[in-house]
Design a protein around this ligand. Structure first.
Ligand SMILES: Nc1nc2c(c(=O)[nH]1)N[C@H]1C(S)=C(S)[C@@H](COP(=O)(O)O)O[C@H]1N2
Ligand SMILES: [Mo]
Length: 197
């Protein structure tokens, strides 16, 4: 009789680590430029499709309801952190609340001018969240607090710190590292580190 149900290998630490990555217990800080210091009370973020826009502050973001997510994440500089708990509002929830149009591309902007781009699908159909806490504590300024994007299935440069805007567009617009030669998509499992990969 055929066996049903789970047939694969049980998930082990090595199975959870993408190629070329090592596991660290640290949480290194990587910022191209100065750390932004933004009070919760001053933070604002706009969701826009160029025509319809909605702006959120700390209260109106939290009013949508936060969820906890336990996940691994991967930095292009080769470190991977396993099983951290993040708290935030799923991007799909904010998107729905904002009532903006679902164009194919998204450009994410930060206080301080950092940008990154990704397909809208990757913000809406994966675990992407607008994160407010890491391991149960408010995000520190160095890690993008009070609010950052967190997209665990792509290399960490897509997770813009000090989030200020998500813009949905018809045309793809490369962000800061994407213009500087990083891969446009950045899938850690396919080692999409640089443009030529
Ligand atoms: N605003 C902003 N967001 C950013 C960056 C940045 O320089 N500015 N660096 C990116 C890169 S390259 C990485 S690896 C991660 C690092 O996040 P961490 O400092 O919390 O580890 O943030 C990403 N988000
Ligand atoms: Mo990075």
């Amino acid at each position: 009789m055929a066996t049903r149900g789970f047939q694969g290998r049980p998930r082990t630490e090595s199975a959870a680590v993408p190629p070329g990555q090592y596991v660290t217990d640290d949480f290194p800080v990587l910022t191209a430029g100065p750390t932004e210091y933004i009070d919760e009370a001053d933070w604002k973020m706009t969701i826009t499709d160029g025509t319809t826009s909605k702006t959120y502050d700390w209260q109106s973001l939290h009013a949508l309801g936060t969820v906890d997510l336990v996940t691994d994440f991967h930095c292009v500089t080769h470190w991977t952190k396993l099983g951290s708990t993040w708290t935030g509002v799923p991007v799909a929830k904010v998107f729905e609340d904002a009532g903006v149009e679902e164009f194919e591309h998204a450009l994410v902007k930060s206080y301080g001018g950092y940008t990154t781009n990704l397909p809208t699908e990757d913000l809406l159909e994966h675990d992407a969240m607008i994160a407010v806490a890491f391991e149960g504590d408010d995000l520190t300024p160095a890690h993008g607090g009070p609010v950052r994007l967190f997209v665990p299935h792509l290399y960490l440069w897509k997770s813009a710190k000090w989030l200020s805007e998500i813009r949905f567009t018809d045309d793809e617009e490369p962000g800061f590292w994407e213009r500087a030669g990083y891969h446009n998509y950045g899938d850690p499992w396919r080692e999409q580190r640089y443009y030529s990969d």
